[in-house]
Design a protein around this ligand. Structure first.
Ligand code: DGY
Length: 324
């Protein structure tokens, strides 16, 4: 059936707010399942589409863009990260890229706080003790952790999310917030964050938070050299991308006591295999990439993705375009 409406392929079951916005003016086809669309299916379904609504689990490269055809105008990812999209190829094929910054900032900051508290207050061990009967009596020396009060927190990447985490940290009584980044954030003083070199941050922080994007420069950045530069008691938190960490080095650092603990919302690969050595450690908390998983946030992400797509199809300014 031919239609004059532009066609959109959605690669997953997503909150209805996005598809509902697209439906009146677009012909929408969807992989309406919770598991990712198989690559072959994606390559087949994207053919002839004007827009692609995708997630961080789909690698959008030249093969996908070629399979789509020259009418493809826009790829909208329902994520703030876009390391799964080949921007050079998008530029070459004149395809705009939309992403979803802003709407997930608070949710990701909140989950980062949850990881900070879980690791520093040893909640994984505490919950296990309740479940496995090793609780015993109240003991003054048992399950003590460093806590946030009076701590120095180092944020690697003071963008939207890092900045909001800094705001969340202040009522917990942290003594200092340090940050390192490619450039100084002109608003850093509003949250009392001080710009320092990465080495200075690593040497002085009780908590080191990775909130930077995954790029060629940050890939594998948290490796044994960096863990060595941290305090032996340091707690490392990652809510950016698993790819910024060398996971074998992290395991060694945690196992040998080079650092104190880690809280990870992201890993490589995802899902992390259940036989991963990281999962054998009491001082490592791993979550299944749920930082933006609140109903409200996921709905807003779906809606913003649709708005980006509609704007690109209508030739108007996209609310949040990746400037490529
Ligand atoms: C993103 O949007 O990039 C997060 O990792 C998931 O919401």
């Amino acid at each position: 059936m031919s239609s004059s409406k532009p066609s959109v392929y959605i690669t997953r079951r997503v909150p209805e707010s996005g598809p509902a916005l697209l439906a009146p003016s677009c012909q929408v086809e969807q992989w309406n399942k919770d598991d990712p669309v198989p690559r072959e299916e994606l390559l087949k379904r994207v053919q002839g589409k004007d827009a692609l609504f995708c997630l961080l689990t789909e690698k959008i490269d030249e093969e996908v863009l070629k399979a789509a055809g020259p009418q493809l105008k826009v790829v909208g990812t329902m994520s703030v990260g876009y390391d799964h999209i080949d921007l050079t190829a998008c530029k070459k094929y004149n395809v705009k890229v939309g992403f979803t910054p802003g709407v997930l900032t608070n949710a990701v900051a909140e989950l980062t706080m949850a990881l900070l508290l879980t690791t520093s207050r040893r909640l994984k061990e505490a919950m296990a003790a309740v479940a496995n009967g090793t609780w015993g009596t109240w003991k003054p020396m048992w399950l003590c952790g460093p806590g946030l009060d009076g701590a120095t927190v180092g944020i690697v990447g003071l963008g939207r999310i890092g900045f909001t985490i800094a705001q969340c940290l202040r009522p917990f009584g942290v003594a200092k917030i340090l940050y390192s980044d490619k450039f100084e954030n002109p608003h850093a003083s509003e949250v009392g964050a001080t710009y320092v070199s990465k080495d200075e941050l690593l040497a002085n922080s009780d908590f080191v938070l990775a909130t930077c994007a995954l790029t060629e420069e940050t890939k594998g950045m948290f490796n044994k050299d960096l863990f060595k530069k941290m305090k032996k008691s340091a707690i490392f938190i990652n809510t950016s991308r698993g790819g910024v960490v060398n996971q074998e080095d992290l395991y060694e650092a945690l196992k040998s006591g080079e650092i104190g603990a880690a809280g990870l919302d992201v890993t490589t690969p995802e899902p992390l295999p259940t036989d991963s050595p990281l999962l054998t450690l009491d001082n490592c908390v791993v979550l299944p990439h749920i930082a933006s998983a609140t109903d409200k946030t996921r709905s807003a992400m779906s809606e913003l993705t649709a708005k980006n797509i509609l704007a690109a199809l209508n030739g108007t300014e996209m609310p949040t375009e990746v400037k490529n």
